[in-house]
Design a protein around this ligand. Structure first.
Ligand code: HPA
Length: 258
């Protein structure tokens, strides 16, 4: 494996079952919010940092992930583009194992530090939460591999429990898929003017969409099986990401600070 140089260009934030980082060189990153372990490598000639969200001594539950530290680390390493992978339950009958490129979100989290700005007032613009350029790169990568996909709205719940049937009935009025890890990550990325996009993999039908009981095991199993495919999509996406950013993400904080 080629060795990464110092300035990272693109970061990959990996979700449940994400273990494609293991063979890469680990690098501790100190942030004001705690230490993060990033795994550095070169892919398609670009310097990449992989950060597995759930990796810790034990599997870190979604409501305890140090989102601020992870996004701070991405920025500190020099990356300005982030590809996120998230597992989701479907509220639209997507088939298990299929992919959704997220295009908006609704935040049902309750108890997570969701801003870097606690001492000054910053109302960051999230009218385009997911970077259109990286999202396009993701869609092109999926297309190139002949994988059909949809785009959709993500509802983020607090967890760690799964949702009730009534909650899903309510959320399905507004969103397409549901997960626990996409927020506040996407917001924090915006606060640092990063380009951030998310590839969601459908691991199950959301609660009450079928008569079956929901288990965490099926989530890990589906992602585990799709690991290689996900990595291939990420590598192709990395190849498609342009060095110059022409989207509005880098201006997210303009006019936001009081
Ligand atoms: N709900 C919340 N988060 C999830 C789900 C779900 O059904 N599947 C994978 N992550």
């Amino acid at each position: 494996m080629e060795k990464a140089a110092e300035n990272v260009e693109i970061a990959v934030l990996g979700g449940v079952g994400f273990n494609s980082y293991m063979e890469f060189e680990s690098q501790p990153v100190h942030t004001p919010y705690g230490e993060v372990t990033a795994y550095l490598t070169l892919l398609k000639g670009k310097r990449i940092a992989l950060i597995p969200r759930h990796a810790g001594k034990n599997h870190i539950p979604p409501h305890k992930i140090n989102y601020r530290a992870n996004i701070w680390a991405v920025h500190a390493l020099g990356a300005r583009s982030v590809i996120s992978t998230n597992s989701v339950g479907s509220m639209r009958g997507h088939s298990v194992g299929s992919f959704v490129v997220l295009d908006d979100f609704i935040d049902f989290t309750r108890n997570r530090p969701s801003t870097f700005y606690d001492d000054t007032t910053v109302h960051v613009d999230v009218s385009e939460p997911y970077c259109p350029e990286i999202s396009e790169a993701l869609r092109n990568a999926l297309g190139k591999q002949g994988i059909s996909y949809t785009t959709g709205i993500y509802a983020c719940t607090e967890g760690p429990r799964f949702e009730t049937r009534a909650e899903i009935r309510m959320m399905s009025q507004f969103a397409d898929v549901v997960g626990m890890t996409g927020v506040p990550e996407v917001i924090l990325a915006k606060e640092l003017s990063l380009c951030y996009a998310s590839l969601a993999i459908v691991t199950n039908q959301a609660c009450g969409m079928t008569s079956q009981k929901l288990t965490a095991d099926e989530v890990t199993e589906v992602v585990g099986k799709a690991q290689d495919a996900i990595f291939e999509i990420i590598v192709d996406t990395i190849e498609n990401i342009q060095e110059t950013r022409n989207c509005r993400c880098r201006f997210a904080k303009e006019g936001a600070c009081l």
